[in-house]
Ligand binder design. Structure first.
Ligand SMILES: Cc1ncc(COP(=O)(O)O)c(C=O)c1O
Length: 395
């Protein structure tokens, strides 16, 4: 093996996908309730995406950002229309989108607030990426261990604690960075009141509110962006995952007033916004809109959450079931890793969120029948003590 051993991999290798179904090398089928960690929102082998990408492959792959790319303008205007924001920057991943937001906030604070050492407030249990700045922003020690010295200028406070935010605020505070639903950190939706208080605090103190929509964006929660459930209007949002349905892409959107902060030469990327990625993103956005998928996600999400609660709530193994749209977490009283392995054997791909939470991110195009199958399989794996014993003993 010539790869770094930084990923712990399952012993299943997929060779084909269609909608919410995956095939392994032996031809066995699996329900995909992980969507490649919240990425393939429109499912595998989506006809319109495949068609658009193939057409673009035959036309033009890459020219760099030294030249205008009209598709960038088209995708930017769609994203701005759906978010109410005024400017887009394209990159290649979620971490890069958050890096762009951090840089934008620092530069804005230096220019607008005359702050010398800008600070960004983030939350415990959050996840913002693996680059040095984004892992420092992340509120989980495990992603930081061994990578110091870490960049200065980040303060992490307890989630849902507005007093802690107020105490951490000082004249250097440039921005607050938040996930509306903590994804990697256990699928915790923020409460409406906390988000309102936070938005008011930012407004009152001239602090930028940055919402990390890398996992929650592009329809995952039943709105284009999760902030739209909360009746607030952030200054900046970051996107990746579902925007490319598997084609690498990231984006940062900001209010019109922040546009001049990134003047020529301040920030950039070689690949970001290339024609291949832009074609895919444009098609993703058009498909979601034309097929009224946001409405479907709300309905399916409600149905899935209720079905899971009905079937699993009585089990001693289940502490809580929560989520927003098709982003659902089942908090267990035991480790989730053996259950995920068991589910994989039973033919369904699921994800962990921390040690004890089973995270379910089916594609937005999942059918009701597939949701019912998943509820049945999850119930079997979570509530059956005998099967779990076998798995645990078998490693
Ligand atoms: C909320 C959030 N932000 C940022 C990231 C980092 O994205 P990427 O892995 O594309 O760098 C992730 C990845 O899981 C995420 O869930």
């Amino acid at each position: 093996m010539s790869l770094f051993p930084n990923y712990i991999k399952y012993d299943v290798s997929f060779v084909k996908g269609e909608g919410a179904v995956l095939w392994d090398e032996a031809g066995k089928t699996y329900l995909d309730f992980g969507s490649g960690i919240g990425v393939t929102n429109l499912g595998h082998h989506h006809p319109a995406l495949t068609h658009a990408l193939i057409q673009q492959i035959h036309q033009l792959w890459h020219v760099s950002n030294l030249f205008p790319i009209s598709l960038q303008e088209e995708v930017a205007s769609l994203l701005c229309r759906h978010s109410g924001l005024g400017a887009a920057f394209f990159c290649n991943s979620g971490a890069e989108a958050n890096e762009a937001a951090i840089k934008l906030a620092r530069k804005w604070a230096k220019e607008e607030k005359k702050v010398l050492e800008p600070e960004i407030i983030t939350f415990e249990g959050s996840f913002h990426g693996r680059t040095l700045a984004t892992l420092t922003a992340t509120g989980q020690e495990k992603v930081k261990t061994g990578f110091g010295p870490l960049p200065a200028g980040f303060i992490t406070v307890p989630f849902e604690n507005i007093d802690a935010v107020k105490q951490a605020t000082n004249p250097q505070t440039a921005a607050i960075l938040l996930e509306m639903v903590k994804g990697e950190g256990g699928v915790y939706p923020a409460s409406y009141s906390f988000v309102q208080e936070l938005a008011n605090w930012c407004e009152k103190n001239n602090i930028l509110l940055i919402v990390d929509e890398v996992q929650t964006g592009i329809g995952r929660t039943g709105e284009w962006f999760s902030f739209q459930h909360y009746g607030i209007w952030p200054d900046v949002i970051t996107l990746a995952k579902g925007l490319g349905n598997g084609f690498p892409i990231g984006a940062m959107l900001a209010k019109e007033a922040l546009k001049p902060v990134f003047r020529p030469g301040t920030h950039g990327t070689t690949f970001g916004g290339n024609p291949l990625a832009m074609t895919v993103a444009k098609t993703v956005l058009t498909e979601i809109e034309n097929n009224n998928l946001l409405h479907d996600v709300k309905e399916k999400g409600r149905y899935f959450l209720e079905s899971l609660k009905e079937e699993l709530s009585d089990s001693e193994a289940v502490i809580a079931i929560r989520g927003l749209g098709l982003m659902i977490g089942i908090q267990l009283s035991k480790p989730v890793a053996p259950i995920i392995k068991q589910l994989l054997k039973q033919g369904i791909v699921t994800l962990p969120a921390g040690e004890n939470v089973l995270r379910l991110l089916p594609p937005l195009v999942v059918t009701y029948e597939q949701l019912n199958q998943a509820v049945h399989l999850i119930k079997e794996a979570v509530c059956e003590p005998t099967q779990l014993t076998i798995i645990q003993n078998g490693g």
